[in-house]
Design a protein around this ligand. Sequence first.
Ligand code: ZN
Length: 240
Amino acid sequence: MPFLIVSDIHGNREALEAVLADARGLYDRVVCLGDLAGYGADPNFAVEWARSNVSAIVRGNHDKVCAGLESLYSYRPAARASAEWSFNALSAENRAYLERLPRGPLPYEGFDLVHGSPLDEDEYLMSAADVTAIRHDLDTPLSFFGHTHIQGGFLIARNGVKAIDPHRALELENEYTYLVNPGSVGQPRDGDPHAAYAIYSPQDRVVEFRRVAYDVAAAAEKIHAAGLPGSLASRLLTGV
Ligand code: ZN
């Protein structure tokens, strides 16, 4: 029973559709690590897809602000403008869905879903040092996380924390603890503009990291047409 693992779709319909086409036939169930909305011009599409397709999901920080659950005070101008735009663009039903999304960690089928870190849904796990600081508080052998928009994640061994190379399949071993990031579907920030996701097969104990090209120009054009900040469109082209 493989899982499609997606995170940080951010209202990018073109990227989500490309991922679903690329992953067709490879999975039975879908899990999502949050940030359906914010930044992109199609938040309703992403939320409606999630409402009818995901088996398990946690909320992201953008889901909270786009639903009006949290103040925009600490957000940078582009993120703030997109959250305000998304709040108004979302249908009442879709906003209510975002409002009700659970906070991670969410245990599901032998692994945990979190948006930021297992200890704090809003924390960024960017480096091995970030993970080293929390390693003794981790009690689940396998967690999937998002939030950084960087595919890969971290492996925790007795002698230290190592970054996971997303360029090859990850074979899970019993002696390690894993924090695995499928990357961002709708706004990659690891230098590769292709939409990112992962397939996890519990039977084979393998996580496969995948990237797929999508119509970036169309997604960027919609961001411009919506009157959203131009930086949100241009960063899709470079993936940073
Ligand atoms: Zn995000």
